[in-house]
Design a protein around this ligand. Structure first.
Ligand code: ZN
Length: 247
C-alpha cells in the first residue's frame, strides 16, 4: 500500500483552501539569528530505525533532512550558532501516548548520518529532551534553569529559523511556546521566528497502518494534511512561514 494514496488530493486541497498559509521568502540579513534543528534523529527519520521511523523512503522527510543540512552548513559558514534538539529517553521510561522510542544507547536518539557533524561542532549546542516540547525539555527540573532561553539570550538572537520533525508536534509545540515566551518578555531581543516549510516534515500513519497495528482510530495521521495543519497553527500564532531562507 503506497502511503501517498492515503490522502485524497481533493481533501488536502480543501483543507489548504479553508486554512490558508502564505509562505514567503525569509531574509535573515544582518540580524543576530540562530538556527534550531528539532529532532532530526534516526528514530524519526532513518528508514526502519525503530517504531517511530519511516518504514519506507519518504520524500517529505528526506527533503527535510537535506534542507536542514544545507541550512546548517550555511549558518556555520556565516558564523551563526545552531541549537539541535535530540529526542532522547531513559531506557524503559515511557512517553505516553507514544510507543517506546529514541532510548539512549539505541542509536535512535542520534542525529541522522547527514547531520552527525553537528555533534562536535563548536558553534552547535545540543539539548537532549524527553518530551515533545523542546522549551519544556530545556528546563532543569531541579534548578529551573532553561538552557534554550539561555542560548537565545546569550547570543542576543533577534530571529530564529526553525526546521525539523514533526511539523505538527515537536516543531509546533516549540514554536508556539517560544512565541508566548517572547511575548512574556522572557526573550527580550527576540522579534521573529521563521519556520521553513521544506525544512519541516511529519510522519504518515494511514488508516490501513492503524488497523494493522491495532491502534485506535485517533492514531490516523495523514502526512501532508498534518504537516499543513502544523504550519497553519504556527502561522496563526504569529510565526513567519518561510518558503525559502535567504542568507
Ligand atoms: Zn520522545
Amino acid at each position: 500500500m503506497s502511503t501517498t494514496l492515503s490522502t485524497p488530493n481533493s481533501t488536502l486541497s480543501a483543507i489548504e483552501a479553508a486554512l490558508p498559509i502564505d509562505p514567503q521568502p525569509y531574509t535573515v540579513g544582518d540580524r543576530p539569528t540562530g538556527l534550531i534543528v528539532v529532532d532530526v534523529v534516526n528514530g524519526f527519520c532513518t528508514v526502519g530505525f525503530g517504531v517511530a521511523a519511516p518504514r519506507e523512503p519518504n520524500e517529505q522527510i528526506a527533503t527535510m533532512v537535506s534542507q536542514s543540512n544545507r541550512l546548517a552548513k550555511a549558518f556555520i559558514a556565516r558564523g551563526m550558532p545552531i541549537l539541535a534538539f535530540l529526542d532522547s529517553h531513559e531506557p524503559g521510561k515511557a512517553e505516553p501516548p507514544y510507543p517506546t522510542h529514541c532510548e539512549k544507547g539505541s542509536g535512535e536518539e542520534k542525529l541522522v548520518p547527514e547531520l552527525e557533524w553537528l555533534e562536535t561542532h563548536p558553534q552547535v549546542t545540543l539539548i537532549e529532551k524527553d518530551c515533545i516540547n523542546g522549551f519544556i525539555g530545556s528546563i532543569d527540573v531541579e534548578t529551573g534553569n532553561n538552557t534554550l532561553i539561555q542560548w537565545v539570550n546569550q547570543h542576543k538572537h533577534e530571529a530564529l529559523v526553525v526546521v525539523g520533525i514533526c511539523t505538527d508536534i515537536c516543531v509546533m509545540d516549540l514554536v508556539v511556546t517560544m512565541l508566548s515566551a517572547r511575548n512574556h518578555d522572557m526573550l527580550p531581543r527576540l522579534k521573529e521566528i521563521a519556520v521553513y516549510t521544506k525544512g519541516c516534515a511529519t510522519y504518515d500513519m494511514t488508516p490501513e497502518m492503524v488497523r494493522s497495528l491495532g491502534l485506535p482510530k485517533t492514531a490516523i495521521h495523514p502526512q501532508k494534511i498534518s504537516h499543513h495543519i502544523g504550519l497553519y497553527t504556527m502561522a496563526e500564532r504569529g510565526a513567519f512561514i518561510a518558503s525559502a531562507i535567504v542568507l
